[in-house]
Ligand binder design. Sequence first.
Ligand SMILES: Nc1ncnc2c1ncn2[C@@H]1O[C@H](COP(=O)(O)OP(=O)(O)O)[C@@H](O)[C@H]1O
Ligand SMILES: [Mg+2]
Length: 246
Amino acid sequence: MDAVLAIEDLAKTYRMGGQVIKALDGVSLSVAAGRLVAIMGASGSGKSTLLHLSGGLDTCDRGTVRVEGLDITHMWDRSRTLFRRRRVGIIFQAYNLLPTLTAAENIAVPLLVDGVPTADIRRRVGDIMRLVHIDHRSEHRPQAMSGGEQQRVAIARALLNDPALILADEPTGNLDSVNAAEIWQLLRHLAHELKKTVLMVTHEPAAASYADEIHVLKDGKLIGSIEGVELGDAALVATRYAKLAG
Ligand SMILES: Nc1ncnc2c1ncn2[C@@H]1O[C@H](COP(=O)(O)OP(=O)(O)O)[C@@H](O)[C@H]1O
Ligand SMILES: [Mg+2]
């Protein structure tokens, strides 16, 4: 099957004062529809940079990123922004919800910006809230919801345009293990049942243990993969990871 996300020889350097930091140094990766792929790496290994470039949030020095066959590294800024809004959904460790809006209103924001009719917005927001099992919280504001519920709202918002690609940057970094496991199951569901392409970056072995594939990033390079992990076997992932990256 064709890859929904195809990354080739991607490189990104930051310059800080006199220092040159190779955040990404020749990363190639291909992710097919219906797959949940985890990139595991320590803090500073380049995970967020990889995720941002995969979603067209930043520009690279070298290499290409194709989403659904379209090269987003050589797109004009405006086209890239439009493409990202339509085809890519991004979730972060911080849920980034607006505190004064209800869950339903937070999810509706992108549609309001696009001038979608109110009746359509209500229907689409209702559908997406049921899909991620957060419909019972539609009138709640963020502070009245648990972290897990807030992340579901953020996921609903990311899914609203029916994107092909979902990118998740440490999505459960602020959650306890029970809430975190529910989010990992939800990401699996999005991949396996809804055929989304899901790329999650994380430093947590438990998070990675829910993925179909685990690749290890170190100093901006993919240095290997962890295979044969049973669902939720965080201890095995931690051991293999230490062998590869330690
Ligand atoms: N905007 C930036 N300016 C300078 N250096 C940066 C910037 N963003 C990231 N870096 C550096 O690039 C490297 C990779 O960062 P990042 O992709 O955020 O890693 P991770 O998400 O794995 O912690 C780190 O050394 C980090 O300090
Ligand atoms: Mg990061």
